[in-house]
Design a protein around this ligand. Structure first.
Ligand code: ZN
Length: 251
């Protein structure tokens, strides 16, 4: 069984709870779909954990923004990215650790392909930046463009929008609740958004991830202490309070 985690966003409270559950489930592989950092208060701790436990992480737009430029982010996200970059360069921390962070970011691929599935942070068309949100299921050109890019595989797992769910080829989007947290593709092809560990945006404050055992995709939701994360964000002047407020709203 594989656990797909995405959009951790420097949230160690959420990641801790998710990893406990992953351990309980007896997962064989843990793969991260990107956005380990950005928005949240503990980028170094989150990166250390991911480097330790994940087979690999794909490149998210926040890693890309951190490494190269962040000019196309909105001001609040950019402020957090600039602060995150400074944290990864801290002079009061071991130089080897800083170097390990930047090497890890630099090693991140945009996509990953195995027999049965394609992985991307955003979408097959634009792996790092394109969002897939529920209303896109009615956009035939966009959906066809995405499905065409993994024709010989059954599934594609993505993150980025922080809204989990199933986009079945030629059908409507279905939320985890609508599929009772289990989706068995059978002979259907689908794009699965695994949701966000550290900053859910589907109106549910609980941390989200997905597992896949070759037959079924399962969505997992877990309560975590979002007030503790919010308090850490508020204690950092460079991080806008809005980033703390949204954790309590799941938006
Ligand atoms: Zn994200």
């Amino acid at each position: 069984m594989i656990a797909f985690i995405s959009d951790l966003h420097s949230n160690t409270e959420a990641l801790g709870v998710v990893l406990e559950e992953i351990e309980r489930l007896g997962v064989d592989r843990i793969i991260c779909l990107g956005d380990v950092i950005g928005y949240g208060p503990e980028p170094r701790e989150t990166l250390l954990k991911v480097i330790d436990i994940c087979e690999f992480s794909l490149l998210g737009n926040h890693e890309q923004g951190c490494m190269f430029y962040a000019s196309d982010f909105n001001p609040k996200a950019r402020q957090a990215i600039d602060w995150t970059r400074d944290q990864l360069n801290r002079r009061d921390c071991p130089r080897e650790e800083n170097a390990a962070f930047w090497n890890f970011l630099d090693s991140m691929k945009e996509t990953h392909r195995e027999d049965d599935f394609l992985l991307a942070h955003g979408s097959p068309r634009d792996p790092v930046k394109e969002y897939l949100v529920p209303k896109d299921s009615a956009d035939e050109a966009k959906m066809k463009g995405c499905f065409d890019l993994f024709q010989d595989a059954r599934l594609c797992f993505v993150g980025h929008s922080h809204v989990p769910g199933v986009y079945q080829e030629g059908a409507f989007y279905r939320s985890p609740t609508e599929v009772d947290n289990v989706y068995e593709p059978g002979s259907n092809r689908a794009i699965i958004n695994v949701g966000s560990v550290g900053q859910p945006r589907d109106g549910d404050t609980r941390s989200c991830f997905a597992t896949y055992d070759g037959d079924a995709v399962r969505f997992h939701r877990l309560d975590y202490d979002h007030q503790a994360t919010a308090a850490k964000i508020r204690a950092i002047p460079e991080l806008p309070d809005y980033l703390a407020d949204r954790l309590a709203q799941g938006r």
